[in-house]
Design a protein around this ligand. Structure first.
Ligand SMILES: [Zn+2]
Length: 571
C-alpha cells in the first residue's frame, strides 16, 4: 500500500542531533528524489518542560496511527517555539526558514493545541503525510474547556483497557480540551476497599494522570451527600420533591444536617481526597441532584441550605490539601419544581466570603433562565453542562454514533458569550463528535458546529468524503429521537444516509476505514436503515453483527445495566 516508503520521525533537542537529522534527510532526498511526499521532524527548543515533549509525542502517535508506515521522501521540519506575546494557551502556525513550519505557543499548552490544529489540517493520502497549510493565530475564549467522563454502568470509561483510555484523553487534548472531570460512583460499592471500587479508582486515576501529563486540569464531580451503599440506614437523607421526575434517586444519600451524617460525609470525603493525593485536584464540581439531595426541614430547600453548607465544609477540607483547587457549584435541577433554590443561593453567596469560583448551570433541554436573566449567584463566571450522551436516544450509544450538530448549535446559541466553558456529560466514545463540537464552541464561540464537523470529517476520514458525511449526519440527526427503543417518528431517508456512507467507505484509506470513529458512524447509518426495514424491531443477522461490533468497540461485554450497550436482540 505504501509502495515501500517508510516515514521517518525524529524529535531532537540539540543542534548536533538536528544537524545529523538534516544530513540524513539530505541523503534520503538524494536517494528518493522523485517522491513529492513529506515526512516530518519535530524540533524542540533546547530548554523546555515536559508538556512540550508530551505534545510532540501525541502528535507523532496520531500521525503514525493515521499514516501507518509511510514515506521518507521530503522531510518537513516542524519547529516548536514559545512566545508569551501570543497569550495563554494560544498558538500561531507560520512558515519558518528553509520551508520549515513554525508552531508557536503562548505557552507549552498553546504548542500542544497548535499541533492539534496542524494535525487536523495535515493529510495522509495513500499513507503519505502532507503537512497542513493552515496558517494564522488562534486563542481560546473559554477558560475551562472540559469534559466530564462518567465511569460507571460498565461503560467505555469503566471497561476499556487503560492504554485506550489514555490515548483517548490525549486525543481530546489536541482539540484544546483543558479539563477533565471524574465522578467516583460510590453508590455502586460497599467501601473504598471493595475490589470493584478499587478497579474503578484505578481507571479514574489512570485517566487523571494521562490528563495531567497532557496539560489538563483534573477535577472530581461529587454529589456531596451521596455515599457507599453500606451507609447506616439511620443517617439516610429524607425524600425531597421530585414532581417532574428529573432529580434522580438511587437511595444512598445521607443527611448532612444530622451531626453523625455530617461526620460520616467528611470521613468519606477524606477517603476520596486521599485517593487523589498524589495526583492533585485542580477543581471540584459539586452536584445537588441526580445524585444527591435531602428533603429534611434542616436541609430543604436543598440548593439554598443543606447543599451549600456541606459544599462549604468539604471545600475547606479539600483546600487544606490542594490550596489552589477551584470550586464549581452546580445548580443541576435547581427549582425543578420551584423551591426558591436560585434565589436562596444568590442570597447565601452575596453574604458569604467567596469560597466558590464558578457556577455551573444547565438542564436536559433549554438552558435555565435564572442566571441568564437575573444574574449569576455571587457574580461568578458561568459554566454549562451540556448533555451530549443521552438526549433523545437510549440505550446510550446503542445504535452507534449520535452526532447532534443542529441540536447542540441551538443550545449553544442560548449561552454563547455568557459562559466561559463547561463540562459536557459523556457516557462513552460514541459521541466523540459532540465532544469535539463543544471543544470548539468553548475555544471560539462563533465557530459553528457544522464548521467543526467539516474539520473533523476532513481530518479523521478524508476531504473527499466531507460533504457526503455532512449530509449523512444531517439525515442521521433528523432520525435521532427514539422512545422505548423505537423511532419517535417514522424514519426518513435512512437509505440515502447509508448510501452516502457506503460510497464514502469505498474511497477511504484503510486506516480511516477501519478506525473506530468511522465504524461507529457507518454502523449508525446501517442500523437506522435496517431498523426501518424491520419496522423498528431489533432483530435479524444484520443488526446482530452491527450490535456485536459496537459491543467490541465500547468494550461493553460486561455492562451491568442495559443503558450503555446496544439493545437486546429479539428472537
Ligand atoms: Zn437533611
Amino acid at each position: 500500500m505504501d509502495c515501500g516508503k517508510a516515514r521517518r520521525i525524529e524529535m531532537d533537542k540539540t543542534d548536533d542531533a538536528r544537524g545529523i537529522a538534516r544530513l540524513a534527510a539530505a541523503v534520503l532526498l538524494t536517494i528518493l528524489p522523485a517522491l513529492a511526499a513529506q515526512s516530518f521532524r519535530l524540533s524542540l527548543p533546547a530548554t523546555h518542560g515536559p508538556l512540550l515533549d508530551k505534545a510532540a509525542a501525541i502528535f507523532t502517535r496520531r500521525v503514525n496511527q493515521r499514516c501507518g508506515a509511510a514515506s521518507t521522501a521530503r522531510t518537513v521540519t516542524i519547529e516548536l517555539r514559545i512566545s508569551s506575546e501570543i497569550g495563554p494557551e494560544g498558538f500561531s502556525i507560520a512558515n519558518g526558514p528553509r520551508r520549515a513550519i513554525r508552531v508557536t505557543g503562548g505557552d507549552e499548552h498553546g504548542v500542544l493545541y497548535g499541533l492539534g490544529k496542524l494535525f487536523r489540517t495535515s493529510r495522509c493520502e495513500g499513507g503519505v503525510f502532507t503537512a497542513g497549510e493552515w496558517r494564522g493565530t488562534s486563542k481560546p475564549a473559554g477558560s475551562l474547556r472540559g469534559v466530564y467522563l462518567a465511569s460507571h454502568f460498565g461503560n467505555f470509561y469503566e471497561a476499556a483497557p487503560l492504554e485506550e483510555l489514555e490515548g483517548y484523553v490525549e486525543d481530546l487534548a489536541l482539540w484544546g480540551v483543558n479539563a477533565l472531570g471524574f465522578s467516583f460512583p460510590a453508590w455502586q460499592y460497599a467501601s473504598y476497599d471493595d475490589p470493584a471500587a478499587r478497579s474503578n479508582l484505578l481507571r479514574i486515576r489512570a485517566m487523571m494522570r494521562a490528563a495531567k501529563s497532557a496539560g489538563m486540569q483534573v477535577g472530581a464531580l461529587v454529589a456531596p451527600n451521596q455515599v457507599f451503599n453500606t451507609a447506616p440506614a439511620e443517617l439516610r437523607a429524607k425524600p425531597y420533591p421530585d414532581d417532574w421526575g428529573r432529580r434522580g434517586f438511587l437511595g444512598v444519600n445521607v443527611c448532612p444536617s444530622l451531626p453523625a451524617g455530617h461526620e460520616y460525609l467528611l470521613h468519606v470525603w477524606a477517603g476520596l481526597l486521599n485517593q487523589y493525593r498524589d495526583i492533585g485536584l485542580d477543581f471540584v464540581t459539586y452536584w445537588p441532584y441526580d445524585e444527591g439531595g435531602c428533603g429534611c426541614p434542616q436541609c430543604w430547600p436543598w440548593g439554598a441550605r443543606g447543599y451549600v453548607n456541606i459544599c462549604r465544609d468539604l471545600s475547606r477540607m479539600a483546600r487544606a490539601q490542594f490550596p489552589r483547587m477551584k470550586v464549581v457549584l452546580s445548580t443541576w435541577m435547581f427549582d425543578s419544581p420551584p423551591a426558591g433554590e436560585w434565589e436562596g443561593l444568590t442570597k447565601v453567596l452575596a453574604e458569604d466570603t467567596p469560597w466558590a469560583n464558578y457556577i455551573m448551570a444547565d438542564a436536559h433541554e433549554d438552558y435555565p433562565r435564572y442566571p441568564l436573566e437575573r444574574g449569576v449567584p455571587g457574580g461568578l463566571p458561568l459554566l454549562n453542562f451540556p448533555e451530549i450522551s443521552m438526549w433523545g436516544m437510549a440505550p446510550w450509544g446503542g445504535y452507534g454514533a449520535n452526532p447532534l450538530p443542529g441540536h447542540l448549535q441551538q443550545l449553544w446559541n442560548q449561552v454563547s458569550g455568557k459562559v466561559t466553558g463547561g463540562l459536557p456529560y459523556s457516557e462513552g466514545i460514541y459521541e466523540d463528535l459532540n465532544k469535539v463540537i463543544y471543544s470548539q464552541f468553548y475555544w471560539d464561540p462563533k465557530r459553528t458546529a457544522i464548521e467543526t464537523l467539516r474539520e473533523y470529517a476532513e481530518s479523521e476520514f478524508s476531504p473527499a468524503v466531507a460533504t457526503s458525511v455532512l449530509r449523512a449526519v444531517e439525515l442521521l440527526e433528523a432520525n435521532h429521537r427514539r422512545k422505548n427503543g423505537r423511532f419517535e417518528k417514522p424514519p426518513r431517508q435512512t437509505r440515502e444516509a447509508l448510501e452516502l456512507i457506503r460510497q464514502s467507505d469505498r474511497i477511504l484509506s484503510p486506516q480511516a476505514r477501519h478506525s473506530w470513529r468511522w465504524r461507529i458512524l457507518y454502523l449508525r447509518a446501517l442500523i437506522d436503515d435496517e431498523l426501518s426495514n424491520t419496522g423498528g424491531k431489533p432483530q435479524g443477522p444484520v443488526l446482530k453483527d452491527a450490535f456485536a461490533e459496537l459491543v467490541r468497540i465500547y468494550h461493553a461485554e460486561h455492562v451491568h445495566t442495559n443503558r450503555v450497550a446496544p439493545p437486546p436482540l429479539l428472537p
